[in-house]
Design a protein around this ligand. Structure first.
Ligand code: B12
Length: 215
């Protein structure tokens, strides 16, 4: 195993074992030895969360452990995020993003925000449990080129559709939309008339660049 592989494995293990200190310290070490921050997130921390997800689904762990693992992941993200911040002075575009109404899952969105900021986009993160009208108001106020919304539950997916409906009702056809989150699929986004779907944070910059270049 190379040193990089070892550090990525430790990041995964820190989240898997909800070890906050290990998570923060390993993230600091990873940045010190020059591991690519995006790789540290996608190939390290996110792998830990993926394993937490499966164990939770199988009933091997419960909500408190998931919360503790989320905490460990967010601590490491705090360390890593400044290392992806953009040096670009001009913004490539404005993105207004949030987690939809009734949904408090934010980890994936935080990753997406970090990647987009790192790529030079001006990103306004509205947080969690954001109503379609709040998305709309902020999109208008901030002059959004793109609205992005995360939904992780089957019960909250419908609010992604509602965001599109509200944008259409207000004739904001120039604003593009991008969606993601555990329950969201390419098919769903096509069915609701969204402009792009993104399965994983590593792809988001490419997708958003593409949207910005389309008429
Ligand atoms: C961590 C977690 C929590 C944490 C959230 C902490 C936080 N601060 O976010 C806590 C413990 C609080 C929590 C609470 C609940 N949770 Co929960 N949770 C999870 C879990 C295990 C992991 C989610 C996660 O963070 N993944 C890691 C990140 C990195 O991945 P990601 O979110 O998928 O994001 C990536 C991509 O999807 C994409 N992406 C995501 N968003 C966006 C947005 C855009 C614009 C783009 C472009 C891309 C994009 O890029 C990201 C980076 O790669 C999932 C299981 C799962 N399979 O997702 C359940 C899960 C989502 N939770 C679930 C449920 C039911 C709940 C609760 C109702 C409690 C319960 N009874 O279990 C409450 C919800 C309360 C509410 N109103 O929202 C269910 C939903 C089931 C369903 N089908 O509806 C899941 C699927 C678990 C399960 N199998 O039952 N949860």
């Amino acid at each position: 195993m190379t040193e990089k592989e070892e550090v990525l494995a430790l990041l995964k293990e820190a989240v898997e074992t909800w070890n906050v200190d290990m998570s923060r310290e390993t993230a600091e070490y990873a940045m010190d030895v020059g591991i690519n921050p995006c790789e540290a997130i996608e190939s390290g921390l996110s792998q830990g969360m993926a394993s937490i997800s499966s164990r939770f689904r199988e009933g091997k762990i419960f909500l408190p452990q998931v919360m503790a693992a989320s905490h460990a992941m967010e601590e490491a993200m705090e360390v890593i995020e400044p290392h992806i911040s953009a040096k670009a002075l001009t913004s490539k575009g404005v993105v207004v993003i949030g987690t939809v109404q009734g949904d408090i899952h934010e980890i994936g969105k935080h990753i997406v925000v970090a990647f987009l900021r790192g790529a030079g986009y001006k990103v306004y993160d509205l947080g969690k449990d954001v109503s379609p009208d709040e998305f709309l108001e902020e999109a208008i106020e901030k002059g959004a080129d793109i609205v992005g919304a995360s939904a992780l539950m089957t019960t909250t997916l419908v609010y992604q559709r509602r965001i599109i409906e509200r944008l259409r009702e207000e004739k904001l056809n120039n604003i593009k939309t991008i969606f993601g989150g555990a329950c969201c699929t390419q098919k769903w986004v096509r069915d609701i008339g969204g402009d792009a779907y993104c399965e994983c944070g590593a792809e988001v910059v490419e997708r958003v660049d593409q949207l910005m270049s389309e008429e």
